[in-house]
Design a binder for this molecule. Structure first.
Ligand code: I22
Ligand code: ZN
Length: 198
């Protein structure tokens, strides 16, 4: 007999994914277009998030720099969550709030994209990174949940907001994961066309 708690996790995740597919298809398409245009113009993508979303940032960067499902040239994406010397120096000397924004200041250029993950939409270091990205004429693709929180209020019309319609962090993260795979696939399709996977 299947453990009902385990079954409930799978059921809730599957139900949310189907519900989210219709709500998020349009912003996901916009994110793909925005990123493909930026990459085609020689710009790059900077990604940040806390906890599980730090892992999502790294997962995304790995699939752009390495590959997703098709062989292609490396694409420029950088997770701002990996350099422990930068993270500890900025966190120690300034504040945890600035661990990503300082890196956006250092690496971000006009036309680059900030990919910002926050399930609550309220993490201060992500909000600070978005603020600096806007100052540097970057576009923001924000993956949130729980109604979008404060992040939903600071995004502008040039940005893309992918807000998962759920209040549970784990479920939101699960939809963020399928979303980032959709984006990787969309970038490959924009490069090579809609052929069967190799
Ligand atoms: O992975 C999980 C929970 O599933 C946690 O590590 C979670 O990512 C952390 O609590 C984060 O600090 C939450 O931040 P945010 O998504 O609200 O911006
Ligand atoms: Zn988690």
């Amino acid at each position: 007999m299947t453990n009902p708690r385990i079954l409930a996790h799978f059921q809730e995740s599957a139900d949310l994914k189907m519900k989210a597919a219709s709500v998020l298809a349009q912003p996901i398409e916009q994110a793909i277009e925005l990123m493909f245009t930026a990459l085609s113009n020689g710009n790059k993508i900077l990604a940040c998030g806390n906890g599980g979303s730090a892992a999502d940032s790294q997962h995304f960067a790995a699939e752009l720099v390495g590959r997703f499902e098709r062989e292609r040239l490396p694409l420029p994406a950088l997770a701002l969550t990996t350099d422990t010397s930068i993270l500890t120096a900025v966190g120690n000397d300034y504040s945890y709030q600035e661990i990503f924004s300082k890196q956006v200041q250092a690496f971000g250029q006009s036309g680059d994209i900030l990919l910002a993950f926050s399930t609550s939409g309220n993490s201060g270091n992500i909000l600070a990174a978005i603020e600096v990205a806007h100052e540097r004429d970057m576009r923001v693709v924000a993956l949130t949940g729980k109604g979008g929180g404060k992040i939903g209020k600071v995004l502008n019309d040039a940005d893309v907001h992918i807000c998962v319609p759920h209040d549970r962090t784990a479920r939101i993260q699960e939809v963020h994961l399928v979303t980032l795979h959709c984006i990787c696939d969309g970038i490959d399709v924009a490069l090579f066309g809609d052929d069967a996977h190799e």
